[in-house]
Design a protein around this ligand. Structure first.
Ligand code: ARG
Length: 294
């Protein structure tokens, strides 16, 4: 009898200590919660230029868009538009007048713009209205052409194909000009210079002593497969991280590149400890980080 009681006692002790151990683990990760993130905005990992994508045969639209961009550069409007979305002073928003992509005879009355509207300050939602630098320029282009604007929001990696196939007339999506993309579509003149930058959690120690873009690259190269970098699918950030011959990037084959449908989801996973870093276009990275930290 004594033996049985002491056996039960020991068993109970083992079970309770195991339970305490498990809940301690859980408690720790819950206490970690959502971390704040920071952007290494001073260290450009790439040098990129944005332009609008048009189908190779659509020279009339390319000419019109180039004329508009030349005018906006000439009269200083382009800088004003860009600044107003960077500092948040713009009040421009746009709502599609119809609920689906125009088809049939009506199609030619519309300028259909392909974008991925999760890329502030270039394209984003304000409630259910569209806004951003590219959306404002799209409205000016439609006006110039005497057409009604329809913004066709889609996954970023569908933008080029939809322009190539004519579902959309033009891609306006903070899109970087690149030789590989030029194989399937054409680009207008450039309107903005950008770069990929690194985003990490505020308490990160891996990159803490980096003093240059080269330092960041060295650190990225020193990580192991378990180190995850989040990027947006189909973007130059993805190509830079995963490597892509056509885009001219070797990539970081030592680590894991995780593709997300939007940069915001990648940064949210960073804040939630699901990835170790994010690589994204600079201004979107800054704005998304700011709203994630709120
Ligand atoms: N500049 C990058 C690229 O061209 C990212 C663009 C992402 N744009 C967007 N609207 N989500 O690949």
């Amino acid at each position: 009898m004594k033996k049985i009681i002491s056996f039960i006692l020991v068993a109970v002790m083992i079970v309770t200590s195991l339970a305490a151990f498990a809940s301690c683990g859980k408690g720790n990760s819950a206490a970690n919660g959502k971390s704040k993130v920071k952007v290494y905005e001073a260290y450009d990992l790439t040098a990129e230029k944005y332009a609008f994508a048009v189908a190779k045969e659509n020279t009339a639209l390319k000419t019109a868009a180039n004329e508009l961009l030349a005018e906006l550069k000439e009269n200083g409007e382009l800088d004003k538009i860009i600044n107003s979305f960077f500092d948040g002073s713009s009040t421009f928003t746009y709502t599609n007048p119809v609920s689906s992509v125009p088809t049939g005879a009506d199609r030619e009355n519309y300028l259909v713009v392909a974008t991925n509207a999760y890329f502030p300050p270039f394209e984003y939602y304000e409630g259910d209205k569209l806004s951003g630098v590219d959306m404002k320029i799209a409205s000016l282009l439609a006006e110039k052409l005497g057409k009604t604007l329809y913004i066709y929001d889609m996954e970023f990696d569908s933008v080029i194909i939809s322009v190539k196939q004519g579902q959309a007339d033009i891609g306006m999506a903070g899109m970087t000009v690149n030789e590989e993309r030029l194989k399937s579509i054409d680009f207008t003149t450039e309107y903005y210079e950008s770069a990929q930058v690194l985003v990490v959690r505020e308490n990160d120690t891996v990159f803490a002593d980096c003093k240059s873009a080269d330092d960041i690259v060295t650190k990225l190269k020193a990580q192991e497969k378990s180190f995850k970098v989040g990027t947006q699918n189909g973007t130059t950030g993805y190509m830079y991280t995963a490597g892509d011959e056509g885009f001219g990037y070797d990539g970081f084959k030592n680590l894991t590149c995780s593709g997300y449908t939007t940069g915001a989801l990648a940064i949210l996973d960073l804040a939630n400890n699901k990835v170790d870093a994010v690589i994204l276009d600079k201004q979107p990275a800054k704005m998304i980080a700011e709203s994630t930290n709120k």
